[in-house]
Ligand binder design. Structure first.
Ligand code: DGL
Length: 269
């Protein structure tokens, strides 16, 4: 069921991953204005140190919010949210929606009691992620694998580059090679890039599994926090980049395919 909500939402990620969240928001609320932002000058987040991201995220979020003037700021990135959601909230005066790895729904879904967690190395090592597992999956075996390579493969695939199926099989193999890996029946796509390659991942698992992600839950949460009287009347459809669009031709093309036509560069001092 769609919602007839108005206002402007800015969906933010390091690169193309947040587009998978933007499309869930647009599907749920087609009348909403949506802008997209990629911190392309700092991509990828998955292998950055916690200190570097903690310094970067409130800074870039404030700059983007000042430039795009959204009613809601959506951090469509597990790596950023699990580290710096509160730091971003502290510098913005609008609602901020974060991305929580879908560990709770996966733990409710598993029949075998073994789930896989596919994320970036950053998300895998977070205390936030450990707490989610403790709170919602303590009775379940969670096998985690962090991969920046899969993030890059997702961007390559979305850009139309044909990778071999074997590359996808190899990239997720550590999940299944771990102890009780052969019992995994549910995999959490805890990186917003990974729904871009859901088909490739599904085609190269050694046995049938269900993939779950947070996209729809983020869209519903965005509707919940959207102000009744949104301040922004501006139409959406812009994409904000923190590097020059010339250096990001592939990203620009993919954003356009998702409906973000008007490219704007976010100048950094
Ligand atoms: N899309 C981001 C996430 O959900 C991470 C990608 C990156 O490493 O930059 O974690």
């Amino acid at each position: 069921m769609t919602e007839n909500k108005h206002g402007k939402v800015l969906v933010f990620d390091s690169g193309m991953g947040g587009l998978t969240v933007a499309r869930e928001i647009q599907a749920l609320a087609p009348a909403l204005s949506v802008d997209y932002a990629a911190d392309s000058g700092f991509f990828p987040y998955g292998d950055k140190s916690d200190d570097a991201l903690r310094e970067r995220l409130p800074y870039i979020a404030k700059k983007l919010a000042d430039a795009a003037r959204p009613d809601v700021f959506v951090i469509a990135c597990n790596t950023a949210s699990t580290l710096a959601l509160e730091d971003v909230r502290a510098v913005l005066d609008i609602p901020v929606v974060g991305t929580v790895p879908a560990i709770k729904p996966a733990a409710a879904l598993t029949q075998t009691g073994v789930i896989g967690l596919l994320a970036t190395p950053g998300t895998v090592r977070r205390a936030y992620t450990a707490k989610l597992i403790e709170d919602f999956a303590s009775q379940v075996r969670v096998i985690s694998h962090g991969s920046v390579e899969l993030v890059r493969m997702a961007e390559q695939t979305a850009s139309g580059e044909a990778l071999t199926m074997d590359a996808f099989r190899v990239a997720q193999a550590p999940l299944f090679e771990a102890e009780r890996g052969d019992e995994i029946d549910t995999i959490v796509l805890a990186c917003t890039h990974f729904p871009l390659i859901r088909g490739e991942l599904a085609a190269t698992v050694p046995h049938a599994v269900t993939f779950v992600d947070s996209g729809e839950a983020i869209a519903r949460q965005t509707m919940r926090v959207l102000p009744d009287r949104p301040a922004s009347a501006e139409r959406g459809g812009h994409v904000w980049l923190s590097s020059t669009p010339d250096h990001q031709k592939r990203l620009v093309e993919v954003c356009r395919r998702f409906g973000f036509m008007d490219v704007r560069e976010l100048k950094e001092e």
